[in-house]
Design a protein around this ligand. Structure first.
Ligand SMILES: [Zn+2]
Length: 387
């Protein structure tokens, strides 16, 4: 075997067949890796390998799976954020500021900016992630942003239905037709997923349904931005269309929760967004207690959540969404994987990708207990140390 991460004080595998509870916890353990994959979970100090990483009694968790990001963009909206903190409301229209800057940026600039953010995410323990387009909003610029996203992940998402671009002002239906007939065919070869922003000020349920169905007809999986800024039809639509995930879920009524619980659609919470837009937090407790699958993602984007800190998201999920530390850790690892319909990441069972994080802490509970402290000591992606 090529590598052993040894002397792990507390190992979270997310595999109940390997250890205790839903987190599959083992004490005094070692993760045995060959190439890019986990080949064994062993007792500490029992395995010889070409290379050895000494965890020195610290906690090791599966790498975070960030199922919702918008990493490919140019420009800065710090002033808009400051104005919002001073009392201005968040509105979907701010996206156009980023569209202008992204269209004006060269491929090299966009690649450099996304690379910088991807490295930052790796330092935060994110080992797999999804990346959306949605700041190009022309066939050329959407395909360009997705091609750049593919440098970093196969989980790229066409989000042409992010906001109506200025060229189609007041003509949302015409834009949806153009998106379906011209943009989607150009974008689909570079994407695995199709997404739409179902919200007042963005796209209504019929428009979103047309976009997601057209993407599904080309082989893309569906996902939806739903119920972020108020109650609405987004969550019900995501379930109706068999989407892998309904993202945000900040405003849910009883029917939404029942629909999620009776479906394979993951409710993905983005608590750093509610934090950065000074919105109420979703009632995750009711969603979990109803039996729905949940995930937590960063939604890293320049307007409503410019963070790659999954630790912050976990701290908010526990403090303000009333999740337990165990639930929050599961939601950021195996939950994220489920929201991307992946089984190779989000756990450390035999055969999983060797994506893991060594924490500078004896337990993952410290991610909540020590808010704001950078506790990621090392990130391994496919068996390679990144930070
Ligand atoms: Zn988003």
């Amino acid at each position: 075997v090529s590598l052993v991460v040894d002397r792990i004080g507390l190992l979270v595998t997310n595999d109940p067949t390997i250890g205790d509870g839903p987190l599959g916890v083992r004490r005094d353990a070692a993760v045995v890796i060959d190439g890019e994959h986990v080949v064994e979970i062993a007792d500490a100090g029992t395995i010889a390998a070409d290379e050895r990483i000494d965890a020195d009694g610290r906690c090791v968790i599966p790498g975070f799976v960030d199922s919702h990001t918008h990493l490919v963009f140019a420009g800065d909206r710090g002033d808009e954020f400051a104005a919002r903190m001073a009392g201005a409301p968040y509105a979907a229209g701010g996206i156009r500021t980023t569209v202008d800057a992204t269209r004006a940026a060269s491929d090299d600039e966009l690649i450099d900016l996304a690379s910088m953010r991807r490295r930052e995410a790796a330092r935060a323990g994110i080992t797999a992630l999804e990346i959306k387009s949605g700041y190009g909003l022309t066939a050329h610029d959407e395909a360009r942003c997705l091609r750049i996203g593919r440098w970093f992940t196969n989980d790229t998402t066409f989000l042409g239905a992010h906001v109506v671009p200025p060229e189609f002002d007041g003509r949302a239906d015409d834009y949806v037709t153009h998106l379906r007939d011209v943009m989607l065919p150009a974008a689909a070869p570079h994407a695995r997923w199709v997404d739409a922003f179902c919200e007042r000020g963005a796209f209504d349920a019929d428009q979103c349904r047309a976009v997601i169905r057209a993407g599904q007809a080309l082989g893309l999986g569906g996902r939806l931005h739903a119920n972020q800024l108020g109650h609405g039809p987004g969550v019900a639509l995501a379930v109706e269309l068999g989407c892998a995930s309904a993202d945000h879920c900040t405003y849910l009524d009883d029917d939404d929760i029942a629909a999620l619980a009776g479906s394979d659609t993951v409710a993905t919470f983005l608590p750093a967004t509610d934090f950065s837009t000074r919105q109420p937090y979703p009632d995750a407790r009711r969603v979990i207690d109803a039996g729905a699958s949940v995930a937590i993602a960063t939604n890293c984007n320049p307007g409503s959540s410019y963070t790659t800190s999954m630790s912050l998201c976990i701290a908010l999920a526990v403090r303000d969404l009333r999740m337990t530390p165990d639930e929050a850790l599961l939601a950021t690892t195996s939950g994220g994987a489920r929201a991307l319909r992946r089984t190779d990441v989000g756990h450390l069972g035999v055969g999983a990708r060797a994506d893991l994080v060594v924490l500078d802490a004896p337990s993952y509970t410290h991610l909540v207990y020590r808010p704001g402290v950078p506790l990621v000591a090392m990130t391994l992606v496919g068996g390679l140390a990144l930070a």
